[in-house]
Ligand binder design. Structure first.
Ligand code: PSU
Ligand code: MN
Length: 312
């Protein structure tokens, strides 16, 4: 049982955590701000099912009426997916939303915080935030990176979109001691494409290895998370030079409209979605489904390691 007064766990998640079963966290910004309706709700439900089919319990996380909800009902998912008054909630937003009884869709950073409060160690999403291009003057660096440095939750994703500066993002994670692992790849996946010009810190080839590495990291007392980057399934990857053009146009538009702060990422995501007329959406759906399968398998492997250590 979790006694944190701000947390409200679904019965399914609560029971799974009590019994030491594998649980996988899911974020809600991707539902509210990352995909259009109704694809967002359809995908959210499919992803939960994939996690169940692979032996783990899904826990979608959001802030609803001043409470941290871990594990959402169908009605709550639909509200997140269809209402347009759900703000994007990152670390800095949590105290305000909770203290004033408001609602918000959690980013990677906020989802990690909430997962950690509940004792959930693995988290599946599409892409993480990072160091933005031009950050040397704008100082736009996602709070996701700082969270990965301090909070013990591993994120399974398809790398990061090249709306970001992928090289600087990797440097930042290296400085903060966050391992970036490529699943069956040596190259950092760039969300829509399977590879980028950058190498991951380590290659891992199966879920069991991921479980062992995570268990070792936290048994050593090394604070912080890890990134497991799973390349988009080959048949669904988009053409790299086409995406470079789309992303560059989005960046120019954001600059012209003087978009700043928390609006930058949703603006760029929306611009890319519209410019590719659904092609990026289709890719996005496929990659998150693949991440759900891998995340569940990694969670099963991680809990296996925990059990073994406990028996020693
Ligand atoms: N990148 C994506 N899709 C997303 C996001 C990022 O490809 O949906 C969302 C995630 O919730 C991530 C957040 O945590 O954007 C990062 O926002 P910011 O750059 O403002 O920190
Ligand atoms: Mn930012």
């Amino acid at each position: 049982m979790n006694l944190n007064p701000y947390l409200s766990l679904s019965q399914e998640v609560n029971e799974a955590l009590d019994k030491g079963k594998p649980v996988v966290a899911l974020e809600s910004t991707i539902i509210s701000h990352g995909m259009p309706y109704p694809e967002n709700i359809e995908t959210a439900k499919e992803v939960e099912q994939i996690i169940r089919d692979n032996g783990a319990v899904p826990a979608t996380i959001a802030i609803l009426d001043g409470r941290i909800k871990i594990g959402l009902t169908a009605e709550e998912l639909t509200a997140l997916a269809s209402r347009d008054d759900i703000t994007k909630a990152s670390r800095k937003d949590l105290p305000y939303l909770l203290a004033t009884g408001r609602s918000g869709a959690t980013t990677v950073a906020a989802t990690m915080i909430c997962a950690d409060l509940a004792g959930i160690r693995l988290f599946v999403t599409g892409g993480i935030g990072g160091v933005h291009r031009g950050a040397e003057t704008t100082m736009d660096i996602s709070a996701d990176l700082e969270e990965l440095a301090r909070t013990n939750v591993a994120v399974i994703c398809a790398g990061a979109k090249s709306i970001l500066d992928l090289g600087l993002t990797l440097e930042y994670l290296e400085t903060k001691g966050v391992p970036v692992m490529g699943y069956q790849t040596d190259s950092l996946p760039a969300f829509f494409t399977r590879t980028s010009d950058f190498a991951v810190h380590f290659r891992v080839d199966d879920a069991e290895e991921i479980g062992r590495i995570l268990h070792t990291k936290w048994e050593l007392g090394l604070q912080g998370g890890a990134v497991i980057a799973n390349p988009i399934p080959s048949g669904h990857a988009l053409d790299a030079s086409y995406m470079t053009g789309v992303i560059e146009a989005a960046l120019v538009e954001a600059k012209q409209q003087s978009i700043t702060g928390k609006d930058v990422t949703p603006f760029l995501l929306d611009h890319v979605n519209r410019a590719t007329e659904g092609r990026s959406l289709a890719a996005n759906i496929e990659l998150i489904k693949a991440n759900a399968g891998l995340g569940a398998a990694a969670a099963v492997a991680f809990y296996e390691q925990k059990k073994k250590a406990y028996q020693r």
